[in-house]
Ligand binder design. Structure first.
Ligand code: ZN
Length: 332
């Protein structure tokens, strides 16, 4: 077992520099081992990942496996959620009174759902942009919530980007994950999450830009979440054969968030983490029904449906092994 671990670790050049053969050769030298182990852990935790999502539940649906996988590998993972999802539809009848057109108390409830989901995934550093409740869910374009001055969409871009500059400079991530320029499917908060991430990443690296927000930091790699068309087609076919429909559509061309396979660069696999992702999804009970499409996909398609997450590189270089890059920290 140890020789396998040794080979695996020594294959990593940065670990090779730190792990002494002495330590692996003499298991009895406990103190040496503790010293060695702490150095290995410090190498692993030097990987820092920041995710910028729009609403509670987006992080689990799109990147639950990725977060759990890198936490397990010892990386430092920080989740920033831009709004509390105050305008979400409430799927639990007993909690319908929380909705924005009734008591308008869904935000605080979803903050708790998020905290529980992060417990399920092992993520301890999760924050709301500017603090919980600072930027309100914008609802869809053309609806009254979208016109509110306190909505994320109506907030001046620099004001919200500065909040992220602060976090980038504090947490110093090498890798950042957010959405594409369409926010995946067009929701204003998702589009804005994309915009502030790219704006903040440009501002954060300029040492003369608001030094009071922290010392300059340049992110090495930025990824956009995505689902390749081929995978969505597999889901549509599998659900059709069991008599259901994937989000009510018949063809992949009707799915706004489907991305051409040729643009997909990176594939993160974690079949052993699917149960954790499902547990985290269940925590978002007001938003995700446990008889809904995600759970159906898990049953009908199998672990491939929820156990693999895909990304497009938006900054930095892809380091492929085969058809896809399989580690977002590859090359760093
Ligand atoms: Zn969302």
């Amino acid at each position: 077992m140890f020789s396998g671990l040794k080979t695996k670790l020594l294959a990593r050049p940065e670990v090779n520099l730190l792990v002494c053969a002495y330590c692996f050769g003499k298991l009895g030298h406990l103190l040496t081992h503790i010293f060695c182990l702490s150095r290995i852990l410090s190498v692993m935790s030097s990987h820092r990942l920041l995710l910028v999502h729009a609403h509670p539940d987006d992080e689990t649906i799109g990147t639950g496996i990725t977060m759990a996988k890198y936490i397990k590998a010892g990386a430092k993972v920080t989740l920033v959620t831009c709004t509390s999802g105050e305008e979400g539809e409430v799927l639990v009848p007993e909690l319908a009174h929380l909705a924005s057109n009734k008591e308008d108390k869904l935000g605080p409830h979803r903050q708790i759902e998020l905290a529980n989901a992060m417990k399920a995934l092992g993520v301890t550093d999760h924050r709301f942009l500017g603090g919980a409740g600072k930027f309100r869910d914008s609802g869809m374009i053309g609806t009254p919530p979208n016109e509110r001055k306190d909505s994320f969409w109506q907030t001046d871009l620099q004001v919200s980007a500065d909040e992220l500059v602060k976090i980038i400079r504090e947490t110093k991530p090498q890798v950042v994950i957010t959405y594409d320029d369409f926010g995946g499917y067009g929701h204003p908060d998702h589009i804005n999450a994309h915009r502030i991430t790219h704006y903040a990443s440009d501002l954060a690296k300029v040492s003369s830009y608001k030094p009071e927000l922290g010392p300059a930091w340049e992110i090495s790699k930025i990824y956009w979440t995505c689902i390749p068309k081929s995978q969505i087609q597999k889901g549509i076919d599998a659900l059709a054969s069991s008599g259901s429909k994937f989000f009510g559509v018949d063809s992949v061309d009707e799915v706004p968030f489907a991305v051409d396979d040729k643009y997909v660069t990176t594939r993160i696999e974690g079949f052993d983490l699917v149960d954790q992702k499902l547990a985290a999804l269940r925590c978002h009970a007001t938003q995700v029904e446990d008889t809904g499409p995600f759970f159906q996909m898990a049953q009908v398609v199998g672990p491939e449906a929820l156990g693999v997450e895909y990304f497009r590189i938006a900054k930095g270089n892809v380091v492929k092994s085969g058809d896809f890059e399989t580690d977002i920290f590859a090359g760093l």
